[in-house]
Structure formats: structure tokens, C-alpha cells
Design a protein around this ligand. Structure first.
Ligand code: UDP
Ligand code: MG
Length: 315
């Protein structure tokens, strides 16, 4: 029998885990042709998330869990789990039930037809503000315009990955991760299915605009050096404009003689150049910072406890 691993990163999700287990059990009961592994990553939760998962692991051998030594963030939690899942296919799903587990059988069907990456595209996003939707659209469009890899719009991490896609992802060991981009980067046969994204079942979102902005910068900087080109373009434009202005001044001085005006224009030029230089420096800094972080070569995560179930339902 083929095994499907359900990968669930969980950070302070005690409010929703009960409901999640019910839905997962229903899923497994309705798909008896497959073995299931419910692989939880406890990402340094400060509530009873770990205790609830442990309790479940005791009564259900299909439950595996990885307890990270602290909160590393969802991106790292995902790679930690991918390193340890055993399934022939792996489904990444949020703990908060915003991604309906009921979609998984359809994903499996496509996987059986030979697709390596069956991803779910959101056709609606309930419980998300207009501003969040708007900023996310602007971000996707920007990202797509600066990179050659096709980035899927309105798609999260909710997807089924074949073993070979998982093995490919495991080879990407960057410490500042942008997993959404990696799914595109690895390629393989992709299939898109659509669904309605529900609002969070319980608990609170861990996202805020700082984290979102962070992820946006991460996405662009880790997939493109276009911002560096921006600095080059800006520099070139200023140089050309300045050269033309220089000729104008020389000609004007020859014809009309000298006059000593121009304090405001001098100030404007200095301020503009100062701003452009700082901006360019900031952009370079983003890349230098990443070089610094990657060269430190620290482990991506540390494990506090690892428990592997059997993926066979024995009790
Ligand atoms: N998550 C995590 N570590 C974190 C933050 C979030 O593992 O530091 C998990 C969280 O438990 C959930 C998923 O990542 O399963 C998505 O988080 P959330 O629902 O807060 O994000 P949103 O759906 O609002 O984008
Ligand atoms: Mg959520």
C-alpha cells in the first residue's frame, strides 16, 4: 500500500487541533486504499499544542511528530518535516483548517495520474482583509516581473508532492527560505486545482504586515538580482542626464557669459544623488546580508524530540 504523509506545521494551534484530528481521521477512513502518516512539526509552541499531539500519538500510531528546539518559523518547520516524512507522496497543509483536508483525495487522484506537484489555488479568500489581498496581488505581480521562473498566483503551501519533488526540495538548504518559490524552481509535472479558502477555524493568525513585508523582500531578493540592476539603471540615467546638462552649461556660458545663480538646483541635485546612493547601498546590503547568513552555514533547525509512528493504523 502507498503511504501519504500529511505534513502539518503547528505553532500555538491548541484551539484547532481537535477539529483537525477529526477531519484527518475522516479523510483516512474514507481512503482506505492508502496508509496515512500524520506528521506534525511543533514549531516551539508556547501553549499545549505539543501535549495534544503527544496524546494523539499514544492512541494513534499514524501520528508522527517533530518537536523543534524553539520557534523557527513556518518555512523552516516545513523543511524540517520534509527531511523526515516517509510517504510516497506528501501533502503540506496548515493546521488551522484554512486548507480543507477534503481536497486531498482529488490531489491523490491527480498524483496517481502522474503529476508530481498538485497545488491548490484559492478561488476565494474568506476572512482576509481587502488590504491583505491587495498587497499580496501587488507582490505577486512584482515578483513575477523580476524573475523568469513562473510564480503561481494565489497559491499557498497547500499541495501534494511526489517523493521526487520532496527529494528535490530537501536539496535546497538555504537558511533564509522562500519555499513558495522553490516549488516553482524545482519544476516537475504540476497540476492546478482550485478551492475556496475558508477563514481560520479557530485561534489567531501569526501573520502581520512586518512578516508579510519580510517574506516579500525575501521572495524577490532570493529569486532575482533585478534590484541590483535598478541601481545600475538609476546610476546610468543620472550620468547621462548630468552629461547633457554639462554641455548645456558650457554652451550657455560661451554665449551668455557667467552668472552665479543655481543654489536651489545644486541642493536638489545633491539631495537626489544622496537618496539614490543610499537606496542602492540598501539594495546591495540586502544581498550582502544574505551572503553573510548563508556563509555562516548553521544548521537549519535543531530537533528537541522526534517520534515516528508506523503509518499503519494498528489501534
Ligand atoms: N506556523 C508555524 N510557525 C510559525 C507560524 C506559523 O509552523 O512561526 C504554522 C501555523 O501553525 C499554521 C501555518 O503555519 O499551521 C500557517 O500559519 P497562519 O495560519 O498563522 O498563517 P496564515 O494562514 O494567516 O497565512
Ligand atoms: Mg492560516
Amino acid at each position: 500500500m502507498k503511504t501519504i504523509s500529511i505534513l502539518i506545521p503547528a505553532y500555538n494551534e491548541q484551539a484547532v487541533l481537535g477539529k483537525l484530528f477529526t477531519r484527518l481521521h475522516t479523510l483516512a477512513d474514507n481512503n482506505e486504499k492508502y496508509d496515512f502518516e500524520f506528521f506534525f512539526v511543533n514549531d516551539g509552541s508556547k501553549d499545549t499544542t505539543l501535549e495534544i499531539i503527544k496524546e494523539q500519538a499514544e492512541i494513534d500510531t499514524r501520528v508522527s511528530y517533530l518537536n523543534l528546539s524553539r520557534n523557527f518559523g513556518k518555512e523552516i518547520a516545513m523543511i524540517a518535516a520534509l527531511d523526515h516524512v516517509s510517504g510516497d507522496a506528501t501533502v503540506i497543509i496548515d493546521a488551522d483548517l484554512q486548507d480543507p483536508p477534503e481536497l486531498i483525495p482529488e490531489m491523490i487522484t491527480w498524483w496517481e495520474k502522474g503529476y508530481d506537484d498538485v497545488y491548490a489555488k484559492r478561488s476565494s479568500r474568506l476572512g482576509e482583509s481587502f488590504l491583505k489581498k491587495f498587497t499580496s496581488r501587488v507582490f505577486y505581480n512584482t515578483l513575477q516581473s523580476v524573475t523568469r521562473i513562473p510564480i503561481q498566483k494565489d497559491t499557498g503551501d497547500f499541495r501534494l508532492l511526489d517523493r521526487r519533488a520532496v527529494e528535490a526540495l530537501k536539496q535546497i538548504r538555504e537558511s533564509q527560505r522562500y519555499t513558495k518559490g522553490y516549488f516553482s524552481w524545482i519544476g516537475f509535472k504540476k497540476k492546478e486545482i482550485t478551492y475556496h479558502r475558508d477563514a481560520r477555524a479557530a485561534g489567531e493568525t501569526h501573520w502581520n504586515y512586518f512578516r508579510l513585508a519580510d517574506l516579500a523582500i525575501e521572495g524577490i531578493v532570493s529569486f532575482s538580482i533585478a534590484p541590483l540592476r535598478l541601481a545600475t539603471a538609476l546610476g546610468t540615467a543620472v550620468a547621462v542626464a548630468t552629461f547633457i546638462y554639462l554641455i548645456v552649461i558650457v554652451v550657455r556660458t560661451i554665449i551668455f557669459g557667467t552668472d552665479l545663480a543655481g543654489y536651489p538646483s545644486t541642493l536638489a541635485v545633491i539631495l537626489f544623488l544622496g537618496g539614490a546612493q543610499l537606496l542602492s547601498l540598501g539594495i546591495i546590503g540586502e544581498y550582502v546580508g544574505r551572503i553573510f547568513n548563508e556563509t555562516k552555514n548553521r544548521p537549519l533547525y535543531l530537533i528537541e524530540e522526534l517520534h515516528i509512528g508506523t503509518s499503519k493504523k494498528t489501534r
